[in-house]
Design a protein around this ligand. Structure first.
Ligand code: ADP
Ligand code: MG
Length: 259
């Protein structure tokens, strides 16, 4: 199956018009058009993204919702400069990521993007503070590690090692580490995937607080529809396409979110 045959077969298919769903008065920070991602596995080719148009706006919380395998991580990795599309363009402000080389992508990630993953990837032999310091030591204008940890409610846990912290606390250290370099955007791939409801809420609350206090744009991947309510916008993915975009007039308070 080639990309071309895929394309012509699907040319008539309804394409979700995300581009026209603008957020009033907000600057667009990401613009992706016609994104395709095909993983070439030799014998088989896996099409992970099929002609995706995507925008992300300054200061918004965007929830990227979809079943496992629908292409969410692939899209997030492309936005984060961890991977490149097979075809199509993606731009962050004036940086054209789809045309950047590895060095430029590394610079881009270092300067502009914070990542939070499902598993916290903390260094076990370092305390919470030291895990955050690893990042602040190589950043231009970092916040003090203490400030980042306070923002996620871990002021009493700074000198704890990961093994002395709960899963939710470890995830909040990971968030503190991601925001300490003051990124403009935080990309979160299933940040509550390994957590129970109550702990998950606390982690999502920490993300909300980052958004409110620092104005950081946040994209949160989830397969959990309940989490959609916390977003300004919800983009649903299915089989490598955007199947639906919803604008929430008001974000729901996290206390009301159940899963
Ligand atoms: P999601 O995050 O929504 O679960 P992914 O973006 O991880 O989906 O995956 C989309 C599709 O691409 C899946 O079919 C997956 O198996 C495939 N895929 C993802 N990453 C790779 C890779 N590195 N190599 C080959 N196939 C991949
Ligand atoms: Mg994924």
């Amino acid at each position: 199956m080639t990309m071309e045959s895929d394309k012509s077969r699907e040319a008539d298919a309804e394409k979700a018009d995300t581009a026209s769903l603008k957020m009033d008065g907000r600057r667009q920070i990401f613009e992706a058009r016609g994104l395709w991602k095909i993983y070439d596995m030799g014998e088989v080719k896996v099409t992970a993204l099929r002609d995706v148009d995507f925008d992300l706006f300054d200061g918004e919380i965007l929830v990227l919702l979809g079943a496992s395998g629908s292409g969410k991580s692939t899209l997030l990795n492309i936005l984060g400069g961890l991977d490149k599309p097979t075809e199509g363009s993606v731009r962050y402000r004036d940086i054209i990521l789809s045309e950047s080389d590895d060095f430029q992508l590394t610079q881009y990630r270092r300067k502009h993007v914070g990542f939070v993953f499902q598993f916290y990837n903390l260094i076990p032999s370092l305390t919470a503070r030291e895990n955050v310091e690893l990042v602040t030591e190589i950043s231009d204008d970092p916040m003090p590690p203490e400030e980042a940890l306070e923002l996620v409610g871990l002021e009493d846990r700074m000198d704890h090692f990961p093994a002395q912290l709960s899963g939710g606390e470890q995830q909040r250290v990971a968030i503190a580490r991601a925001i300490a370099k003051r990124p403009n955007v935080l990309l979160c791939d299933e940040p509550t995937g390994a957590l129970d409801l109550e702990t998950g809420r606390i982690v999502l609350r920490a993300l909300e607080r980052v958004n409110e206090d620092l104005g950081t744009a946040i994209a949160v991947i989830t397969h959990n529809a309940a989490i959609s309510a916390m977003g300004d916008r919800v983009i649903q993915m299915s089989s490598g396409r955007i199947s639906k975009t919803i604008i929430n007039e008001k974000r729901a308070p996290l206390e009301e979110i159940e899963w």
